[in-house]
Structures are given as C-alpha cells and as structure tokens.
Design a protein around this ligand. Sequence first.
Ligand code: FAE
Length: 544
Amino acid sequence: MSDNTSAGQGSWGVTRRGFIAGTGSLLGIAALSGRAAAAAAASAPPIADGAHVAALVIGTGYGGAVAALRLAQAGVNVHMVEMGMAWDTPGSDGKIFCNTREPDYRSYWLRTRTKAPLNYFLGFPIDRDIPRYTGILDAEEFAGITVYQGRGVGGGSLVNGGMAVTPKRENFGAVLPSVNADEMYATYYPRANAGLGVGTIDPAWFETTACYQYARVGRKHAQRSGFPFVFVPDVYDWDYMKQEAAGTVTKSALAGEILYGNNHGKKSLQKTYLAQAAATGRVTVSALHRVTSVAPAAGGRYTVVIEQLATNGDTTATKTVTADRVFFAAGSVGTSKLLVKLKATGALPALNGEIGKGWGDNGNVMCGRANHLWDPTGSLQSSIPCCGIDNWAAGGAFAEVAPLPTGIETFASFYLSITRNPNRAQFTWNAAAGKVDLSWQAAWKQPSIDMAKSIFDKINAKEGTIYRTDLFGIYKIWGDHLTYHPLGGAVLNKATDNYGRLTAYPGLYVIDGSLIPGNTTVNPFVTITALAERNIERIIATDL
Ligand code: FAE
C-alpha cells in the first residue's frame, strides 16, 4: 500500500530543482517550457496497485488542471489519471507533435486511418492510413456525430486553436443560469484568463503580416456586409509568432501545427496550470492510465479501478486504488460516459436522473467560401485564428475566421461557426453492446446551418461569391457531422449541486465541460476554466 502523501512529494523533477517553486508568477509559469514540465511529470512512477490518494482527478484537461492546482495549493496531495500520453518525448524527427500536413502515428487516438475534420480538398479525399497508436486527437464516433477531443496530459489544450473567449455578459444567463454572473465577471473569468496566459494579437502587426491576410479578407467581407468583426484573444504566445514570421525562431503556428499539437508557441495547460501544479510538489500524474470504475469503499472512501494502456491500446495492467475524494474531469464525453455507466451498472446507483442529459455541440458547423481570383487569402496562414464575426444577437451565430494552412493559395475563406442550436442529446447505457450511446441525430444540425447562413448567404450575395463544395465531400457545403466543443451530460445544478458535487456520494465531484448545458455562445475553454475556479474555491472552503 503506498500513499501519495509521501510518494507525491518532490516526485516531479521541477519541484526538486525548485524551478519556479514559490514564485506564483504567471510570467514565470508562461516561460516554463511545457517540455520541461511534462518531462518532469513522466519521470514520476505511475500510480501503484493498492495505493491510497487524498484526491484523485480523472483527466488532465482544463477542469482537472484547475482542480489539481488549487487542491495542491490548499495542501492536498493530488494524483491525476490521464488515459492519453504524456507528450514529453520527441519522435525520431526530433519533434513531439506532428504537423497537420503530414499526419503520422502521433496524430490519432487508436485509428488506422486519419479522420480529418476537413477531409476533402478539391473534391479528393485526403485521409490516409496510419499505424494504430495512442495518438493525440480522438475522433470519437457516435451514431449522429463525431466528437473531436484531445488525448494526453493537457487534454483539449494540446490540440485546440487556443481561442480564449469570455462570453458577452448579456449572454451569460443562458450559458450558466444558476451561477452568479457578477462573481464570474469580477473574479473567476479574470482568474481563468490570467491562469491560462490569454493575450491578444498586436493590431498593428495584424494589419501588415502575410500570415493573417486570410483574416483581413475575412474582416473585409464581414464589414462590407455590415457584420460586427471582433478580434479574439488566444493563448498562443504572440511575440513568438512575430519571431516565427521574422524567421528568427522555429516555426509552429506558421508551419501548420495545430490539430495534432504545437511544438512551440502555444501555451497549452502543460505550460500554465499543470506546470504550476507540478511546482507545488503535491501533484503526480499517471499518463496512459484510464479510469473504468469508481465505487464507494469503507470509511467514506472510493475504490477506483484503473487500466494501464500500452501505445497500441492494449491493457497491460489493471490497478485498484482508493481515494478520499474523486474529481471527474474526463471532459464532457469522458465524464458523462463514466457516470452513465456507473449508475446503470450499479457502481453508483444513487446518482440522480439528470446524469447523461443536457448534452450539446456548442452549435458547431463549418463551411468555406470560394473567393474571386483577385481576392487571395495567402499561401502562408497562421494556424491560430485571431478574429470572428459576431452575429449572435441578430442571427444566432458567432463565426471564427479559420485558417486553411495548406501551404498553397486556396482562394478560400473558411469558417467555424458557433451557433445557438437548441437541440440537446442524452447519453444512455447500452447494456447489450456494453457501451454508452449518445442520442444526437445528424439532422439536428439544421438549425446551426440556418444560423450560419444568416452570415454567409449575405456575404456571398454582397461579394458575388459562392460556397465551397469540395471540403467535406463531393458537392457538400456544410461540415455538419462533427463538434469540437462537447458540453454537458452532468449539468450544474441538475446532475450535481450548484458547485459540481454529486450529492448522493459525498466526496465525488464533476469539474469539467460536462457541467455546462450544451452551449457557451463562444469557444468554451475559458468558461470551463472559470467555472472550475469558482467551484473548487467553494469546495476547498467548505468540504475539506
Ligand atoms: P478535456 O480538455 O477534454 O480533458 C479531459 C481529459 O480527460 C482528456 O485528456 C482525456 O484524455 C481524459 N480522459 C477521458 N476519459 C478518461 C478516463 N476514463 N480515464 C482517464 N482519463 C480520461 O476536458 N475551445 C476553445 O475554447 N477554443 C478553441 O480554440 C478550441 N479549439 C478546439 C479545437 C479542437 C480540434 C478541439 C478538439 C477542441 C477545441 N476546443 C476549443 C474545445 C476545448 O479544447 C474543450 O472544450 C476543452 O478541452 C474541454 O475541457 P475539459 O476540461 O472539459
């Protein structure tokens, strides 16, 4: 029997070296290389069979990283269990992550063929065969929708565009109706933005740099049709990107790195919250470990069953540990699947009837427009989006002007729209198949298409342009088969209390995107982080 009270102390190398210990400085944290933090994490031995931990966090995305850091700062020893890889070791090409243009074994979670969100170009399929490996991007398929998620230490922060958007205050009531907006906007959104290292592009540089020509074209078209155009903050290091453009550092955003990880420049959680958590000396991580069960144990504790995975996906060991408290931070899909299964199969039967409900896709839908030959979008496109078209109030759509970083001129403008899609799905246990199903239907995307059209039909009419039909299939306009923004399934103040407690089981908490009922009106991770900051503060103050 081991206890991470002792094992956890100093087991991350950064702590032993006192690298940033005690500084608490966000600048220091941002400067800490993710590689150093992740390498330190991997140097710790994984959790042992029979171990007891004070707090076990399932998943290392936004919710999990906030929980781990704040618990550790309050003096609690934390063990994080992550099914994906540590992403701290370069491959034979010297890089940790592969490029969107050359997906290899590192790109996808246990697939033998890539499943790119934009899977056609000029009408030709672009997916390719790859070796089956515990890669970074999971394209998880349910009957009516493919849900993209990050896999590894850092969760979605490893693969996302880093767009760090705080919803407009007037929209917050629809995002989280039971949460005090004054507190969120005065305290928790600012705390989350600071912790994530959010920044905005230098507007003067935006006007001149070749890599945002596509965004300037997007702005011109939006404004000529009378739509509000907004700059969008991001966690990418904007000074680093300027140096990429100047040719003085290794290129990352300007080399098409995004979907399968950024080797430089992006401040993923490995460089922010998780680095700061590591520096406390109270947080350890087991990568390539997947939680399969949580059930009550003697003395108010919980028994947690964990599978250790090999990089081909095989289970190499099954471990049973106990924890005083368990935080579900496996993401909207991961947490919902676990809770629905555990309720249905009798491990946590007293979970309430709201478990699995209220799931939405944040209204995601993609499309491209074909520009005139005199309106090129540029062969060099930064993979990090920096702006959007805000037609939320009038048309129910907020459209990010997205890059198409192919390396060649495409004469295309590309967009990811977040829309006010009202449809909500439910996760249910399929006993015959031994898996969790999601009730989303493909046709439920139609409201999103209609809302996106409120922007792009008007722009096309004004510019005399048409939709691209070659990006999602043959003569297919809409990328309506997917979401990057799964939200809900364990909704705040319904499946949990108003702070994420699973009240039937004292000591069990939900602290990730599954708390949010399906839509955030903008990109979601700042809201997930801010809500986690709010909830963990209350939990530490009252439960520990
Ligand atoms: P998440 O970050 O998904 O972390 C959950 C973690 O738990 C993952 O690392 C899983 O591997 C792990 N896990 C799952 N099940 C288990 C298990 N049973 N045992 C152990 N570990 C487990 O959750 N959002 C924005 O705001 N701006 C963007 O620009 C943006 N772009 C995106 C682009 C892409 C391609 C994708 C996929 C997402 C994007 N998102 C963006 C969404 C954002 O990354 C997502 O909302 C958050 O990552 C969700 O945070 P959670 O903490 O809920």
